[in-house]
Structures are given as structure tokens and as C-alpha cells.
Design a protein around this ligand. Sequence first.
Ligand code: SF4
Ligand code: SF3
Length: 541
Amino acid sequence: MGMFCYQCQETAGGKGCTVRGVCGKNEEVAKLQDLLIYTLKGISEIVVKGKIDISKIASTNYEMLSSLFMTITNANFDDSSIEKQIMKMIAIRDELRKTITTNNLSDAAIFSVDSRDSMLEKASAVGVLSTENEDVRSLRQMITYGLKGMAAYAEHAKNIGKESLEINAFIYEALAATLDDSLTADDLVALTLKTGEYGVKVMALLDEANTSRFGNPEITEVNIGVRKNPAILISGHDLTDLEQLLEQTKGSGVDVYTHSEMLPSHYYPAFKKYDNFVGNYGNAWWKQLTEFESFHGPILFTTNCIVPPKSEEVRSRIFTTGSTGFPECKHIEADKNGKKDFSTIIALAKTLPAPDEIETGSIVGGFAHNQVLALADKVVDAVKSGAIKKFFVMAGCDGRMKSREYYTKFAEKLPKDTVILTAGCAKYRYNKLGLGDIGGIPRVLDAGQCNDSYSLAVIALKLKEVFGLDDINKLPIEFNIAWYEQKAVIVLLALLYLGVKNIHLGPTLPGFLSSNVAKVLVEKFGIAGIGTVDDDIKMLY
Ligand code: SF4
Ligand code: SF3
């Protein structure tokens, strides 16, 4: 059997990538990722059935997060690092199995492989399509994808020293449940919602980790032009990697620019003290093929989204760290204290030209919950006076599909008495349009990265309280969300758990939803796709 993957929005034909991923993932990598996930399920079964005290297996808890993270869309294309991780996780699994008494374990907890070929053969039998019932498969995968997003956020929090055993325990519980053939579709729907509940918890944990370490995001103007110094571009979501890079580059004559989802790091007080932290270069992830050419300096990926580079020259400037990887790109490992040595990247930067300027000016962001709540009186007055008629949550991801032009047009055409609340790389579709402000409140309020969608939920809940409403859906807020990868899945499940109804999800509904599961989402939560810009504005405004 060839590969099968339908975890992201760009999946081939909206149904599944079967020959090669639209993302560039080849069959071998896809299969190794399937086997890695299967191994994690086996570990989870051992932990759950063996009632293992997870406070005593800290490194396993962390490796579970890293492994899940490696399989997120556009995070890791490096077959050898995934193979290594499979072997590591199998060794962990076999040690754990020795510590429990039950023998009632499934194949995932006991299988063995001894070569790349045997891994690929095994993977063919345990991938997505190994669950025959379409609805059960759909629910199992939706849960698994939500867990991947959850793991990414939990790993970021852990890198800052915050963890929650409750969240780790849920990941084991839910992964083990995806192996359990006795669970009905209803059981799995309940587990899907519980995944959303833990999605809220993990985003709250990461918010707490980020703000306690780096301060509360504040209104910030971010330069999008360039200076004349050699420079490093940092992409992805991990703020501890950024902190270490800034510490190691300060005073070196090398500038640092953010790319894509790293843009919101400029909003944190802790990073404002670095003189060489210059601005943001470029746009959302999918434009990197051209933008990396003109950047000239080294690029450090801390997380997704990597687009396979087309030229040797660009490839020679790409470095990966954490859960990311790309064949032949240098990977920077952390030492046992989490310290990373970026000196090779800094040395390379010094030999390369400064970036070409591709745009000038600035963009404004920093509207996470603390900052917006500090402006709450102003916002509430604007709503009461009718100056703001509606808020549109347009958080989520960007992607390369042409149909995503919808979001730019939607933002442009929204009436002037509306405010867009955003987070994630979806913002690049409209954050440079100059949509103006309403009495000093910008019409695009950027809370931060995709995980900062949590901030938008906090803001909505606060407004609900201020306006004395009993239901979040009575607020003048509409949700028109763009998704791409699995972090968006956990954000969506979190919103559903919080009771948000009638979310519009686009540019297409997930290929992993079977028609029955899609029906449940429509009937229970009013989830809908998108239509034309004009029709949708008419309907939602
Ligand atoms: Fe296809 Fe998306 Fe899977 Fe890549 S991650 S193989 S594009 S479904
Ligand atoms: Fe973007 Fe990849 Fe999802 Fe974090 S960077 S939102 S797509």
C-alpha cells in the first residue's frame, strides 16, 4: 500500500495524499510518521493499562510531545531523524512494558522492527486506512490531529519550564483510546470534545508560560523593512529558541528578523531590549521559496512550517532545531539543560550579504488578552455607541491555495464599523491592508500566534461578562476561521468545547471528516464552510 495522509487542508483533491504530499512529504517519510504515531499509541496503552505513575516518567512524557510534534504538517521531512525517533520510542516502550503486570496488550505495544524495510512494511499495515469504518477512522484521526496540536503547545510550555501532568495524562488516555475497538462513534465524539477541553487547558498553560517568562504582549509597531547588517531569520513558534538566539547574537553585528509565526514575539516586553532584533521579514510560511532567496542570510526553523527548498543555495542556509528537520540541513540539538549553540549560524551569517528590502513600513500588533482588557472600557464604549457593530474572529492559518484570497477580500470588504480579531499566520492575508481604526482601536487586532487564539477566547468570555450575557454566542462576534494544519484542529476543538457555535471554517472543510462526522459537527455546532465573500458578509454582518 502507498502512503495515505489527509491531515491538512491542502490534502490532494480534498481527500488524501496518496503518492506524495502536496506539502512535499514523500511516501517514506509519511509511512515513518505513521509508524511513529502507532508506536506512541502502544506506549499510551501500556501507560494507561499498566496504571503507570507518569510523574515518574518525565523524559517519556517529553519524548511523546516531541514525537507528536515531528508529525505535524511541514515540521519534519527528515526520514533519518524520524527513524531514529521510532527506535527511541520503541526502546522506551519496551522498558515501560517490563514495569507492568498486564499482558492484555495490543500489537502497538509489542511489535518489533529491525530495519528500514521492516518499518515501512509495518507502517503500511497500521496507517490511517487500517481503521476500516469510515466514521471511526474520521473521529480517531480528528482526535489524533488535535493531540498533535496539543503536544506542540505543551512542548513550547515545557521548554519554558511549565508543564501539566494532567495534560500529559490526557494525551496518553486519548491516544490509547484510538486503539480501542470497543469504543462507539458516540464515545469518540465525547472524546473529541474532551480533547477540546484539554486544548483550552494547554493554551492557557502556554499563555501562562509565555507571559510569566516574557511579559504580557503590548501594542507594538513592528518594522517590516531591513537594515544593512548581515542577518539571521528565525521562523516557527518557539520563543525560547528566539531568546537564546538573541542572547547569542547581541553585540555580534548580526541582526535578527522574525518570519511568519515568529512575528508576534516582537510584542513581548522581554525581547524589546535587543538592539539587533530588527523586525519581521516576509509573510506567511508558503511564500518562503522566494522570500528566503532575497533574505540571503541563514534561516532557523524552530517549528513548522518548512517548504522544501528548491535550490541548493537556500538549503545550505537552512538550520532546524527542536522537532523540525530537513534532509541535509544542519540540525541544532539542545544540550541536557536545553541550551542550544547557534554559533555556526552566527558565523555563517557574518559571511553573507544583508537582506534585500522587499517592503517598507510597519505593522501593529500585540492585542493579546491583557492588552485588550486594558482597553476594555474603550472597546465596550465603542460597542455601546454603535461605533463597533461587530467583531470577526479570523484566526488560524494561511496556505497557498488560491481560494484563500477570499480572506483578503473578506477583510477588505467588511464594513468600516467592524473589527477583525486575529491570531496565527492567517493574519498575513490582511494585516498589511491598512484597514484603519475605530476611535483609535485598530480594525485588525492581532493577538499573536495560533496558540494565542486562547487570548481571543479570554477576550470573548470577558465581553460576555461585561455585557451580562448568559451565552458567548449572543455576543456581536462571528467566527470565520481559516485552517491548515493540526494546531488549527486543536484550536477549533477548543472553541467548540467553549460553546462557540456557527463557526465558518475554510477555505475547505477537513478531508478527514466523514460525511456522518461532518453532519454531527453541522447539527451540533452549526459548523459551516465558506461561500462567496459578498454572500458571507451579507449573512454575517
Ligand atoms: Fe498531504 Fe497535508 Fe499530509 Fe502533506 S500533511 S501529505 S499535504 S495531507
Ligand atoms: Fe501557520 Fe504553519 Fe498554522 Fe501557527 S505556521 S498557524 S500554518
